[in-house]
Ligand binder design. Structure first.
Ligand SMILES: [Zn+2]
Length: 257
């Protein structure tokens, strides 16, 4: 791969976000991207057209944008570096999960393949970032990660069942604000949580193993926290820990839907 093949920083951010929206099972429409990046819809359209011209995605008026195999590979390479760097900042440099997220952007672009390999070894080949999102190439699945685990948004989860937090969405305008709210509510990957009720005011939850206290989460937070049935997160973790290497096909899913 020559230097000119490397997508620009803006292109990388778009590809990452499109990949994440697809992982969450939503159609990739311009409005979501305009909201995420805080830009006007014509700017999004122009960027998407450039990405389509460069072979990273296809555009469909009704179904929105879909990454090509080339787009998936570029998105996964960027997400892998970003999430590995987050892990490094969080685990080895002991930064909190907000600072790790914010500082990762500065470091990820300078990560050479040699440094990446050493990071993977130093961190023990982690499968997720500190926010629970899968590290492509190390996690068992890429865009199917949420589907394969039967993950639900906390806002859609059935009341009364024991659940665990799987991950926090990256498809938000302000990830720092989301992480702050989630942290304040005690919602971290692996944490036990139970929905008490869905009301007009939000989702009432009890966070923690034996909690009886109920907190009401606004929809903006409850829709961005992904949960799994209690036990599913552990078995997924054990499966990845017990693996001698990545079980995925390496380059990740290449389906175009
Ligand atoms: Zn993360």
């Amino acid at each position: 791969m020559t230097a000119t093949d490397e997508p620009s920083a803006t292109a990388q951010e778009y590809l990452e976000t499109i990949y994440n929206i697809a992982m969450e099972g939503d159609p990739v429409v311009g409005a979501r991207l305009a909201e995420k990046f805080g830009v006007a819809p014509p700017t999004v359209t122009a960027t998407l057209q450039r990405l389509a011209r460069d072979g990273y995605l296809t555009l469909d008026r009704r179904r929105g944008a879909a990454l090509t195999a080339r787009g998936v590979a570029a998105a996964e390479a960027t997400l892998r570096r970003h999430r590995l760097v987050e892990r490094f900042l969080f685990e080895l440099l002991h930064m909190d999960w907000i600072a790790a997220h914010e500082e990762a952007h500065a470091l990820e672009h300078g990560l050479s393949p040699a440094i990446e390999a050493h990071l993977v070894a130093a961190l023990g080949d982690p499968t997720t970032c500190p926010h629970g999102n899968p590290i492509p190439g190390s996690a068992l699945a890429g865009r199917d990660y949420l589907r394969e685990r039967g993950a639900l948004r906390l806002a859609d989860a059935p009341p009364g069942r024991p659940l665990r937090v799987l991950c926090l969405s990256e498809v938000v305008e302000d990830e720092t604000a989301l992480l702050r709210q989630a942290g304040a509510a005690g919602l971290r990957p692996g944490r036990a949580v139970r929905v008490d009720a869905h009301t007009a005011g939000g989702t009432a939850v009890a966070v923690g193993e034996r909690t009886t206290t109920t907190t009401t989460l606004l929809a903006a937070l409850a829709t961005r926290v992904w949960v799994v049935a209690d036990g599913a997160a552990d078995s997924a973790h054990q499966a990845s820990v017990g693996d001698s290497g990545p079980r995925s096909t390496g380059s990740g899913p290449t389906t175009r839907n």
